[in-house]
Ligand binder design. Structure first.
Ligand code: M6R
Length: 606
């Protein structure tokens, strides 16, 4: 969590830093700050405040001509949301921004006798004071000494008082990407979106190195002083992909981007209506002889994994275990070399998922990650990677990243079905052909946005809600409930429709909204019976189904119809409704769906 940025170049840096921070705000928005060499001299000024980047902008001088500075947007871990706890932190000769967690900050305070130097409650200020204690005029030696003492995760951008125009960076686990252009100078940030308008080429700053940024050069060296040549990568999207493009929020823009994103994700992986991962360098042998599967992820990514798991296990009889990454990493992994492990992550930086992947790799080399962010840690560390081409997802609530994860899981399912002999070629082709109709089917749902908005107004006043369904609908219910909770703060629970009467139905009372998913024809009559059970107890039922007309209209209060499609693919239509229900509930309550309270998009602390 937290977004950091640094720039040293030839032009005034303040607005570039502020614009970059605004794009990194999805990583945390408790406070924001910048520091810069005033008049490009050895005097470092800091501007910081609790609140958002817009609040920071309001307190920044217009006449700041400094061409070198660093910035931070914070997701609070150590210490509350206060001005003092905001970054950058300045201690003596050192001013820095930090993303990560310094686990041994108490020990550092004692060892370096720092107590009197600290004015905040943060672990970061302790790190700044430790760097300062180790600084005798040589930044490289200071960084080497200090990071060898630090336990935890970090990405630091550091300015030393007697080094105007220079920024020093180092990292362990926490992400940092960088780019250098002759025209604009040296850039570094937690994520490429921060400086995409200046360079589409970037590199991941290697761990345990020191990067030295100047206006006319950028060098990286390892801890022994040996130069490291970074590997540049290129992205195929531009700054408009990271802007709202006329939509009021990123979330609704990203909901609308789903058909195009799905096309991008499947396009190069289908040859003659069969799944083909040749361009991803994923050999068919990865899927041969698979005895069992484990899918590891967090949050929405895990719910996408759930959807794939249910399809694979039910269609092909391959046992699939879906694991919450933060649990998996502290449990005994029951995996063999024929187990296929799939790790799902939009950011590719979720720390629990990354650590779970590392643990899984001690048992099997059949690890495949589904990742959106190119070059991210999970993508680099897994044996194989299948990039989901969602483009940048800025809203904290995941929407397009979810649907491309599900469709990627379906491509993998098709490949597994084919290699295991459970799918005939003809069956597989039919499946893939239906998959190719998904973007159009989703577009139809998106075209009805106004109706959905009107029909779901009632949700705004709800305190509690339930999402129910069976089979794939139950898996989708979990994602629907999470979406509503995280952006509207309405309590939502997902239940397997048949399980309600084993306890939870006691919570159904007059007027409680129940979003009932009944898109699965194989269990349709069963779920309708379950809906009657809640309706009989006074629930306000919003039914999502493929019925053109409901034979017994008394079973629901609102009916949202989705066009007929094969059971396996109904999720892609129904999810649009779930996303819009959440979005409009959030708007109706006056919340900001892009920046829900207490959350950050990229969860890099455990
Ligand atoms: O970047 P990741 O996909 O690994 O993130 C996993 C979860 O943190 C993420 O899906 C989270 O649940 C979203 N905020 C849900 O909308």
């Amino acid at each position: 969590m937290c977004g950091i940025i640094g720039l040293t170049g030839h032009n005034p840096s303040q607005n570039i830093l502020l614009d970059g921070l605004a794009r990194l705000e999805y990583r945390g928005y408790d406070s924001a700050g910048i520091a810069f060499f005033r008049d490009n001299s050895g005097h470092i000024s800091v501007r910081k405040t609790a609140g958002k980047v817009s609040d920071l902008r309001a307190i920044c001088d217009d006449d700041n001509t400094s061409t070198c500075g660093i910035g931070h947007s914070r997701w609070a871990t150590h210490g509350g949301v206060t001005n003092a706890n905001a970054h950058p932190h300045k201690v003596g000769n050192v001013t820095l921004v930090h993303n990560g967690i310094i686990e041994n900050y108490h020990d550092l305070i004692k060892e370096f006798n720092l107590q009197d130097k600290l004015v905040s409650e943060t672990d970061t200020e302790v790190a700044a004071a430790t760097f300062d204690a180790n600084y005798d005029g040589d930044p490289i030696e200071c960084i080497k000494k200090t990071v060898s003492k630090i336990h935890g995760t970090f990405a630091f951008c550091i300015m030393f008082k007697n080094r105007p125009g220079e920024i020093y960076c180092t990292r362990r686990v926490s992400p940092l990407v960088a780019a250098f252009t002759e025209k604009d100078g040296s850039f570094v940030a937690s994520d490429l979106t921060a400086f995409i308008e200046y360079s589409k080429q970037f590199f991941i700053v290697p761990e345990d190195t020191i990067m030295i940024m100047k206006a006319d050069s950028m060098t990286v060296q390892d801890m022994d002083g040996k130069e490291v040549t970074p590997e540049y990568m290129t992205v195929d999207w531009d700054v408009t992909a990271a802007q709202k493009d006329g939509y009021p929020h990123y979330m609704i823009k990203e909901i609308h981007e789903q058909p195009a994103a799905i096309k991008r994700t499947i396009m190069t992986r289908i040859k003659d209506d069969l799944p083909d991962f040749t361009e991803d360098n994923i050999p068919d042998s990865l899927f041969e002889g698979v005895t069992d599967m484990t899918i590891i992820a967090c949050g929405t990514a895990m719910y996408a994994g759930n959807m794939g798991a249910s399809l694979i296990q039910n269609k092909f009889g391959i046992p699939v275990n879906v694991c919450i990454a933060s649990e998996f990493r502290y449990e005994r992994p029951v995996l063999s070399e024929n187990s296929l492990v799939i790790v799902v992550s939009q950011s590719g930086e979720t720390i629990d998922t990354l650590e779970a992947l590392r643990l899984a790799k001690t048992k099997t080399q059949r690890t495949l990650s589904l990742v959106n962010v190119k070059g991210s840690s999970i993508a680099r560390e897994s044996n194989y990677v299948l990039y989901t081409h969602a483009g940048p997802e800025i809203a904290v609530a995941s929407t397009k990243a979810y649907t491309v994860q599900v469709v990627a899981m379906y491509l993998i399912a098709a490949k597994l079905g084919l290699t295991s002999g459970e799918f005939t070629e003809a069956e597989c082709k039919k499946f893939i052909q239906t998959m190719q109709t998904v973007p159009e089917a989703m577009q139809k749902m998106l075209d009805n946005e106004q109706d959905i908005e009107n029909l779901t107004r009632r949700m705004t006043n709800a305190e509690h809600t339930f999402y129910i369904g069976r089979g794939q609908d139950y898996r989708l219910a979990m994602e629907g409930a999470l979406k509503l909770k995280e952006i509207s703060y309405i309590h939502a629970e997902a239940y397997a429709a048949g399980e309600l009467k084993h306890g939870t139905i006691a919570l159904i009372s007059e007027g409680i909204p129940v979003i009932a998913l009944a898109t699965q024809q194989s269990v349709y009559s069963k779920v309708i019976s379950n809906i009657r059970e809640v309706k009989a107890r006074g629930a306000y039922v919003i039914l999502i189904s493929m019925d053109d007309e409901i034979t017994d209209p008394s079973i629901c209060d609102v009916h949202l119809n989705i066009p007929k499609i094969d059971d396996d693919f109904a999720v892609f239509e129904a999810v649009v409704l779930c996303q819009m229900i959440a979005y409009y509930a959030s708007i109706g309550k006056g919340c900001n769906p892009d920046q829900p309270r207490n959350l950050a998009k990229s969860v890099t602390v455990e």
